[in-house]
Design a binder for this molecule. Structure first.
Ligand SMILES: [Zn+2]
Length: 335
């Protein structure tokens, strides 16, 4: 794969006990060293006018001034230092690179994966939240639409609901947002009934699973709801908001997706983009166990290098089946 990476993303220093630390990127890079076919690519900062198309100008100015003044606690979990501004623009720029490289035809072994931080999917139009300042996936989707894409789909498999991405595109039909997330976790949004508003009704798909959902449950959501809905939507570009915190050994969730499961989900997304002749780009979100994060990113890479991930052999749980039935009632999937 082609990995977008910039050293400045390490300068966003969240302090000694924060789970969203620069060690996450270091661990990924250390693990990828063992693999062939890994190419690193750099990218420009995200253009500030582009960022302002998905965020309020006043909020962006407030964030810039907050960093200029040395940073601090934006909220209880979301911390910045002076360098966070540069890291955030770099992180968003890497996501833009992933979208543009995908649209330019980078696929297969050259599929782009941006390894930026801070992550982005909790950042709403007018506020930072949940370790996120600039919504990288939203900026990348906007960049694709400013290029030649007419429709962009975002699939967010981070264990938390990407409330920011949903918020930014909730009334826009040019971006389809789908998420699988754990019920009861931060930030508490992402109900099945949240399907978009106005012309955009039907372009927001939330799979809110109870704690304990495993790879089989995730794949069922993709096979029965998410992939058919995205295929119907017929995007020009699919972006994956790729957090790895639903991993069975991640310290902050109770989901049970295996490392192989991330490979299987990647394989599904690759087939889906083939089926709808869409480009595919991947953007890092969360993932807080350094070993599970780096193993999972490596597995994603290996899938594009020819590895065939194992399929789970267990059945879909009753809890997951109930959620998928609810989604069918919302018009997503077959009942
Ligand atoms: Zn997360």
């Amino acid at each position: 794969m082609n990995f977008g990476y910039r050293e400045v993303c390490l300068d966003h220093d969240t302090g000694p006990r924060h789970p969203e630390s620069p060690d996450r990127l270091r661990a990924i890079r250390r693990a990828l060293k063992e693999n062939h076919g890994v190419e690193y690519v750099t990218a420009d900062d995200a253009d500030i006018d582009l960022v302002r198309k998905v965020h309020d100008a006043d909020y962006i100015e407030e964030f810039r001034e907050f960093c200029d003044d040395g940073g601090g606690n934006w909220d209880a979990d979301t911390v910045a230092v002076e360098e966070t501004w540069d890291a955030a623009l770099a992180s968003a720029g890497l996501a833009v690179w992933a979208a543009e490289a995908a649209l330019d035809g980078n696929s297969g072994r050259n599929t782009p994966f941006s390894l930026g931080r801070p992550p982005g999917h909790h950042a709403v139009g007018d506020d930072a939240m949940g370790f996120c300042f600039i919504n990288n996936a939203a900026v990348a989707a906007q960049a694709a639409l400013e290029a030649d894409a007419e429709r962009v789909a975002i699939f967010d498999w981070d264990v938390h609901h990407g409330n920011g991405t949903q918020d930014i595109f909730y009334d826009r039909s040019d971006v389809f947002y789908a998420s699988i997330h754990e019920d009861g976790l931060y930030p508490g949004t992402g109900d099945v009934a949240e399907t978009g508003t106005g012309d955009a009704d039907g372009t927001n798909l939330n799979v809110k699973y109870k704690p304990g959902a495993d790879t089989a449950d995730y794949l069922a959501a993709i096979d029965e709801c998410i992939a058919p809905a995205i295929e119907d939507y017929d995007p020009d570009l699919l972006l994956i908001s790729a957090g790895f915190d639903a991993h069975e050994h991640d310290p902050i969730s109770r989901m049970r997706v295996s490392t192989e499961g991330y490979g299987a989900m990647t394989d599904r997304m690759r087939s889906l983009t083939d089926a709808c002749d869409a480009a595919l780009g991947i953007i890092l979100e969360g993932g807080y166990g350094l070993d599970t994060l780096s193993d999972s990113v490596t597995t994603v890479h290996e899938v594009f290098d020819g590895y065939q991930p194992m399929e789970p052999d267990d059945d879909v749980s009753d809890d997951a089946r109930d959620v998928l039935d609810d989604l069918a009632d919302q018009g997503f999937g077959s009942k």
